[in-house]
Design a protein around this ligand. Structure first.
Ligand code: AMP
Length: 173
């Protein structure tokens, strides 16, 4: 069903380091028809879910998150890398293959009981999305789903996330 979108996802071997096959979404964004198909796929999946806010993960999650929030007529909040948000924030660290990373969220971005859709471009191990889930839960938000355009099934991220919410992806590898 999403074969036309899949054709516009480019594999870049050994980026950003040896052994990684990077899924480059820029050709899909550059093609007007394809970008629209991606947004429509997200829209059709979530249009009846009464989402209050989309929480988008820096940085490629912002591209889909912002466009979809406008179409769903819901709010947009940003999960950013450390030191980028100007106001008082909460932080959640997580492990990477080498070292660690973290996400931050403004303390007042999500209100108790709000229905939140988490979005990013790609799900691999699920570490990034899990940190995002923890931030939304700490803020009192109700996570409707974790969604990504792409899922790398061999990384098993889905099993980490299913205890937080349903996991909704479109292109699987
Ligand atoms: P993870 O925390 O392992 O689920 O990794 C997901 C995050 O890292 C997302 O924000 C992705 O944009 C990025 N990412 C991880 N692996 C890849 C990959 N093979 N191609 C493109 N982006 C990736």
């Amino acid at each position: 069903m999403y074969e036309d979108i899949k054709k516009q996802i480019r594999d870049v071997k050994d980026f950003p380091k040896k052994g990684i096959v990077f899924k480059d979404i820029t050709p899909a964004l550059a093609d007007a028809q394809c970008f629209q198909s991606i947004i429509n796929a997200f829209y059709d999946r979530f249009k009846d879910k009464h989402i209050d806010k989309i929480a988008a993960i820096e940085s490629r999650g912002f591209l889909f998150g912002a466009t979809l929030a406008e179409k769903l007529h819901c709010g947009l909040v940003l999960l950013r890398k450390p030191g980028k948000l100007p106001y008082k924030s909460i932080k959640e660290s997580y492990d990477l293959e080498y070292g660690s990373a973290a996400l931050e969220l403004h303390v007042d971005a999500v209100k108790k009981g709000e229905k939140i859709l988490l979005i990013d471009d790609l799900l691999a191990t699920g570490g990034t999305m899990e940190a995002a889930c923890k931030l939304i839960q700490k803020s009192g938000g109700d996570i409707v789903a974790c969604t990504c355009l792409i899922e790398l099934e061999f990384c098993n991220g889905r099993s980490t996330l299913e205890k937080y919410a349903s996991v909704e992806t479109f292109l699987r590898y």
